[in-house]
Design a binder for this molecule. Sequence first.
Ligand code: NAD
Length: 471
Amino acid sequence: MSAVASHAFLGDVDRMFDRAAATLQLPPGLAEKIRTCNAIIQIKFGVELRGGYRVFTGWRAVHSDHRLPAKGGIRFAAIAGQSEVEALAALMTYKCAIAGVPFGGSKGALCIRPKDFTEDEIEHITRRYAEELIKHGFINPSLNVPAPDMGTGEREMAWIADTYRKLFPSDINAAACVTGKPVTQGGIHGRTEATGRGIQYGLREFFRHPDDVRRARLDGDLGGKRMIVQGLGNVGQYAAQFLSEEDDVRVTAVIERDGAIISESGLNIEAVTNYKRQTGGVKGFPDARFVEQGATVMEMDCDILLPAAMEGVITRANASRIRAPIIAEAANGPLTFEADEILLAKGTVIIPDAFLNAGGVTVSYFEWIKNISHIRFGRMERRYEESRGKALVDALELGIGKPVPESIRKQLVQGADEITLVRSGLDDAMREAYQSIHEIISTRPAVKDFRTAAYVLAIERIAQCYQSMSL
Ligand code: NAD
């Protein structure tokens, strides 16, 4: 993203915030306090590489610390900038408030094209970046906890955790300094796919509200709906896979960097993902039509458009040509403010990023709790639940005089393991958040769209928090 575009991104997030704040009666200056980024650090650090030295530039912003720790991913991207990091940190503040995650908002970025470096070099650079942030208090289990974002994953998070542990070996909560770690390093089952899973749960909840579905001039449930996905990375891949395999959504097109593939009968997402992993793109995927100008495929007919790649892909230039009645914002900031206004005027239903992609931070919250409580979820109660279930089945069989069918027996005697509890907690968070947004949009005439409703929810929750503390 260029410096100008990244500046526009921050301006767009602020305008979306202002549109929502204008519907509220807040004490003078409070909206500005909530909207303003609290702190940002820019670091330039040297790394010994290939017989010489290279200087790298990175940022980490704390948009809000009304609750601690502040939370937000770290992205590795060739083009990153301060203002983009501020915009993403602001979205994190609102996202946490909407999802009921008791954290402030933060975000980090490092200017780097990962594929230009070997794995060993990336490890060295990541550890140096982490050292700098730790030194300045921008990574800390109580104050600021990163997670993966574009270009980073559990590998980088494991290196960050290890760097922190080496610097503070006596900190018993060291593992909680970062989330999205591998399960073997204090991570939690279900974190890798959590954002995609949350999108699935969020869309399911939307379709449980027929009056909201009618706003998009659609009816029925998710099954059979046609979806176009942009970006088959961590977020897009899991969202598309779960929705197609478990909810019968038909993914009619996938847009990637090298172009788009189209199949009206539906694409097998697992197969496309494997193909992309092997070839680096989607071009040549069998039994699908390839279109080189991938972005134009967003304008094709479908029920749900799922932009899951990056910010600013729907702008004033293409918004009026988008035909999807529902845009499900899987990426952060895929619509500019102008595009948002054009689409709202057309009657498009936009399910906003700050709600829909909150699954990642929600499960990160569970991971952080697991780390500070030093016990995996389900460890104490799982076998107890199983023996209670077995006793129940035995009593039932005694009463009815015949065996309970195997499928029912299995369900009743199973104690919840970590992944089951994570999914249950995530489902609950997405449903509750949606229901709160639904309540606002259905009862306040000044609130006409889901993004404004979601922002209103966030602003009210954060305002309450500030009003109960002394600033
Ligand atoms: P990623 O790097 O894993 O995947 C991005 C995918 O988009 C890649 O497959 C890439 O090739 C593709 N892509 C990039 N530019 C494209 C373009 N112009 N057209 C089509 N495809 C393009 O990143 P991710 O972690 O999946 O993040 C994607 C978005 O979701 C970002 O906006 C990120 O901030 C947001 N997000 C991520 C998480 C998370 O847990 N990873 C959580 C919340 C939000």
